[in-house]
Each structure stands twice: as C-alpha cells, then as structure tokens.
Design a protein around this ligand. Structure first.
Ligand SMILES: Cc1cc2nc3c(=O)[nH]c(=O)nc-3n(C[C@H](O)[C@H](O)[C@H](O)COP(=O)(O)O)c2cc1C
Length: 159
C-alpha cells in the first residue's frame, strides 16, 4: 500500500519539508494539500503523514478541517503528525502541538513532532513581511528546518 503526505504551506517552508521527506522514502508517496485530501478517498493508503504551519497560535485551518472530516478513517491508519512553527519555548511548543491535533489522533500516531520553521520574506505580502521582520528581528529570509526530524519521519515510514 502507498503512503500519503497531507500538508499545507502558506509561504513554502512546509512544502520544502515534505519534499525532503518524500525524497527520503523508499517508495514514492502521494502528496496532497489538506484541502484536496479532505475530498479524496484514503482507502489506498496505510501510512499518512499530516502537518502544516502554526500561525497566530493555530494550526492551518485546512489541515484542521481535513482531520475533522477524515477522523474516522484516520483512526484506522498509521499516522505521523508534525507542525512547523517558530516558537522556541518548550512549553509553548508542547501547547502548540497539543492544540494542533486532537488527543485521540495524537494517541494513535506513531510519531508527533516539530519540524522547525522558515520565514520566506519574499513570499509574504508587504504587511506580513514588515510584521515578521520586526517580530523575528530579521532582515532576510530564514530557513531553520530540522532535517534530523524530517529524516526521522521518513525512517519511521520506511521502517
Ligand atoms: C503571520 C505569521 C504568524 C506566525 N505565528 C506563529 C505562531 O503563533 N507560532 C509559531 O510557532 N510560529 C508562528 N509562525 C511561524 C510559522 O509557523 C513558520 O514561519 C512556518 O515555517 C511557516 O510555514 P510555511 O512557510 O510553509 O507557510 C508564524 C509565521 C507567520 C508568517
């Protein structure tokens, strides 16, 4: 059976992360945005990786909606969950992960993790770019993905 990666990426970092995971998998996975996956049949997949960026303290809405729509079928699959986020406080990060995914699904998951983050200033509109430059105190784009975690996800799926 095939594996599936369900993701959303507002500014491109999560897309880069899932492309890295896909490149490390021994069998090429299918990849869908959460919006598309919410309408897809998931019968062909036994392992499903699900993730997206946390913004303003909340998981991407389309990822949340996908999980809500497909909860029953997801509970029959092997699941890996991940968030991207720039939160550095350990407790803050744990809260973001807990808030991002229902407990039932986290309990079911083989692995739940934080994959790091990126700020792609060139993909942001003027207002968001100004806000992030100020809040994160950066002058240019930052890519801070945790490749050890991405490889761990791939190894788990390969395993
Ligand atoms: C407007 C905005 C708000 C954000 N809010 C949060 C947040 O509340 N918590 C967090 O951990 N990261 C936050 N981030 C960081 C994003 O999660 C991070 O940039 C992520 O890698 C974006 O993924 P993407 O490039 O795939 O959209 C925020 C980023 C932006 C641009």
């Amino acid at each position: 059976m095939k594996s599936l990666i369900v993701y959303e990426s507002r500014y491109g970092t999560v897309k880069k992360a899932v492309d890295h995971i896909a490149g490390k998998l021994t069998e090429k996975p299918d990849m869908m945005t959460a919006g598309k996956a919410a309408k897809a049949c998931l019968d062909d997949y036994d392992k499903i990786m699900i993730g997206g960026p946390v913004m303003m303290g909340k998981m991407n809405k389309a990822v949340t909606a996908f999980i809500r729509t497909k909860m029953d079928v997801l509970m029959t699959k092997k699941i890996v969950l991940f968030i991207a986020g720039s939160e550095t406080d350990k407790d803050g990060l744990a809260k973001e992960i807990n808030d991002a995914f229902p407990k039932q699904l986290r309990d079911r998951a083989m692995y739940t993790t934080h994959i790091g983050y990126g700020f792609n200033l060139e993909n942001m509109n003027f207002i968001v770019r100004m806000m992030i430059r100020k809040a994160a105190n950066i002058e240019s784009s930052v890519m801070n993905l945790n490749y050890d975690e991405l490889d761990k996800i791939a190894n788990m799926i390969n395993g």
